[in-house]
Design a protein around this ligand. Sequence first.
Ligand code: SF4
Ligand code: SF4
Length: 403
Amino acid sequence: MKKDRPQEDQGILEQIREKAGTNRCVLCGKCAAVCPSFRNLNLEIHSPRGRMALCTAFLNGELEPGEKFLESLSGCFMCEACDAICPAGAAPFRAIVFLKTLAPFQGIHQELKKCLEQKGNSPLPIRLFECLNIRVSEKGSFFSGDAEPFSPKEGNKGKKVIYFPGCIRNYHLPDSAQATFQALKKMNCEISFAKEIECCGAPLLFTGSLKQVKEIAKRNLEILSQYKQSEIVCDCPTCAWMFKNYAEWFFKESPEREVAEQVSQRVKLFSEFLSENSSPDSPLFSRSYKGIKLGYLDSCIQKYGWNASGALERILSFFKGLETTEIPENLSCPGWGLLLVEYKGLSEKYANRLISFVEENHVEILVTEDSALQLYMRLHHPELKVLSISELLVRGKYNSSQK
Ligand code: SF4
Ligand code: SF4
């Protein structure tokens, strides 16, 4: 028997129909080929097509969410590859995110949500890391250090930027944030920080707390809109993706839309900014990495979310004598982050495959802007040298003994 959905859910259900285009899905299965959860678990309920079929049945009132349904949604790596690849214009990733906000799906990520609530009113990133049992860097956060806004001498001023390191680099990889700050200084950028921004909202979006993310997005837009002439430089792809998408995800028909769209156009991932504002003859690329074999990988969200892939490769080509190898696509979407809690084994499986590739190909340094991957490797596989692009720019001459 078909079940009617509650009146208060109709708005979200409409969004799923409209934004995720459930009726456009023809079940062709093309999305399965790029889906990291399907590639690893090889079960239809862990493919985007399977998730779309479940979603459609739920929307039609033909299916109530049971354990397998919840497991299917919680196993999504939130990479957006399926939305980018779908030839029919359907969007499984969007369907999953919006479904998670409905009452019958509140059991998903329950442990984490409860823990976040219990931790009181401290900033969201602090609560999140406490819940994940990840200790803040002993060196302190980047913002708790001596980082001050920077203005170059008159006559030598480059672009105005707001630098946003994201919570992982700020609290756990402050050296890496410091390296980006130094690189921006060397580019003569006039740098501000917008320290009042606590979080881009991604952890709440990915756990289905839509209302709270909207509040965070509104506050962040107010802050970012105060720096009208500045480009917003992030070195976390997920933060960049969030800032870029506030307009489309949350404010399509609201007064904030115009501001959100302006902000969206000013957001740049650090590699994009660098690629657009530097050239091979810049002193930034004078470090010697001769004889070093380097592997690089884009995060899924930068590849599929707004196609920022290519910038990292271009920047690396500016270094003389560097031997590079691109990490294959099927190793580069490990879903570190939330999956560390619920799918620890799967994340470890990805990590081991990536490490095997690195070892077999004698890669000495792995470069990525994926801050979650960098943190994961630092915590669990410190033997592997993983750097951000900015660390490669500002660190000294490398040799293998410096690992
Ligand atoms: S979401 Fe798109 S790619 Fe995936 S099965 Fe449906 S139509 Fe095919
Ligand atoms: S967002 Fe990524 S993990 Fe989730 S269904 Fe789509 S392709 Fe699979």
